[in-house]
Ligand binder design. Structure first.
Ligand SMILES: C[S@@+](CC[C@H](N)C(=O)[O-])C[C@H]1O[C@@H](n2cnc3c(N)ncnc32)[C@H](O)[C@@H]1O
Length: 384
């Protein structure tokens, strides 16, 4: 909420807001914009703004270019070897003309690049997608979000639910999440497992897990994160808690990874059931933002109850207000979770306040290499 009171009266603006107001009032005048676009000192800024605004208007087209590249396996094909249009076209199942059209668009987005001899090679962004099944899976998954966002005003006005994403994330609107059937958790659990390695890499580089005797991953999905933790903390016992249908998948996956003897799997509903005791570290990876405040706060309280004094909680998820990646929080996750029908992105400071309200002490942030992917907050279970 803003600083406005219940009647909507806004307090006097700060001098900085006054300056901003003046600048935007000028920019809102077409005559000033025409002048700024020609005047040498303001021209670079005017061009940057025009480009940023164009990118906002056209972003959905860029996304579809990326989707076409993913569906046609362009990056995997060019990772084998650069190819000329005539050789690439049959691999993509496109005409030479359509291949040129797609590659030209992808080159302008730095997904691919044209060599001096005319052959197509990977561009810097396409290269970053090679071998990263998690990004490709998210690009495919976005087809659903794209459909839900077709009429954003209607989405903002309608009651929750009735969207493709609310149906996909079966727990989001369920009266009794614990009763959600296996068939309804399969797809999201596979998507989470595919995108988990990039998150686990960030978290493991930022925090030492081998100082803990027993680690409980709440909402641990199929165990992809716990399996990565197991390698970094070979002597720690492992516990996972998730909905019963997901817990079954985790049991099989961890057993197949040779971690059956080290891990205990618990099926349940963390909005109602007590969490298992015995861990000195509880991890919550990509969980809190999926839930409204009351559920999220209740979950933190349950975790505090399950931890001994001196135990610790680690929260890892993309957070609002990430410097340099602000649209990822408020715009992307804000609207993704709106379509899903539950939850909201929170700032690290807000999560720290919630942790204190749940009885944790010394909440603090840990630095990650790519805050866009995940930020980290830890806190300790105080006495009592
Ligand atoms: C977004 S996924 C994250 C999975 C995993 N932590 C990861 O990062 O890959 C959220 C997880 O929370 C689980 N979950 C949601 N609501 C739950 C509830 N009420 N009780 C137990 N688990 C729940 C889901 O089944 C899902 O596995």
């Amino acid at each position: 909420m803003s600083g406005a009171d219940a009647l909507g009266t806004v307090p006097a603006p700060s001098w900085l807001d006054r300056l901003r107001g003046l600048r935007e009032a000028l920019a809102a005048r077409p005559g000033f914009r025409r002048w700024a676009a020609r005047f040498p000192l303001t021209r670079p800024l005017a061009r940057r703004h025009a480009r940023a605004l164009f990118d906002l208007c056209a972003g959905f087209v860029y996304t579809q270019v990326l989707l076409a590249c993913v569906r046609l396996r362009v990056f995997a094909i060019l990772a084998e070897a650069p190819l000329a249009t005539m050789a690439l076209a049959p691999r993509l199942g496109l005409s030479a003309e359509a291949t040129e059209r797609l590659m030209g668009a992808a080159a302008s987005l730095r997904l691919v690049a044209r060599r001096r001899d005319g052959a197509w090679m990977l561009g810097p962004l396409g290269a970053a997608m090679v071998g990263n099944d998690g990004i490709a899976a998210m690009v495919e998954h976005h087809a659903m979000l794209y459909a839900d966002l077709a009429d954003p005003v209607a989405l903002l006005r309608r009651p929750r639910g009735g969207t493709a994403l609310a149906d996909y994330w079966a727990y989001a609107g369920a009266e009794a999440p614990g009763a959600v059937e296996a068939a309804r958790v399969r797809d999201y659990t596979a998507l989470m497992a595919a995108s988990q390695p990039m998150v686990a890499e960030e978290v493991l580089a930022a925090y030492r897990f081998d100082r803990h005797r027993c680690i409980l991953d709440v909402g641990g999905g199929s165990g992809a994160f716990l399996a990565a933790v197991a390698r970094a903390a070979p002597r720690s016992a492992l516990m996972l808690f998730d909905l019963p249908a997901v817990a079954e998948v985790a049991r099989e996956r961890l057993a197949a990874a040779g971690l059956g003897a080290r891990s205990t799997i618990h099926g349940g509903d963390f909005t109602r059931d007590a969490l298992p005791q015995g861990a000195d570290l509880v991890t919550l990876v990509r969980i809190l933002h999926d839930h409204d405040d009351a559920i999220a706060q209740g979950l933190l309280r349950r975790i505090r109850e399950a931890l001994p004094s001196g135990g610790r909680i680690l929260v890892a998820e993309p957070m609002a207000g990430t410097p340099g990646a602000e649209p990822m929080g408020e715009a992307y996750f804000g609207f993704y979770l709106l379509a899903m029908g539950r939850g909201r992105p929170r700032r690290a400071e807000e999560i720290m306040r919630m942790l204190v309200a749940a009885g944790f002490v010394r909440p603090r942030r840990l630095r990650t290499a790519t805050p866009l992917l995940t930020q980290l907050v830890i806190a300790d279970a105080g006495q009592g």
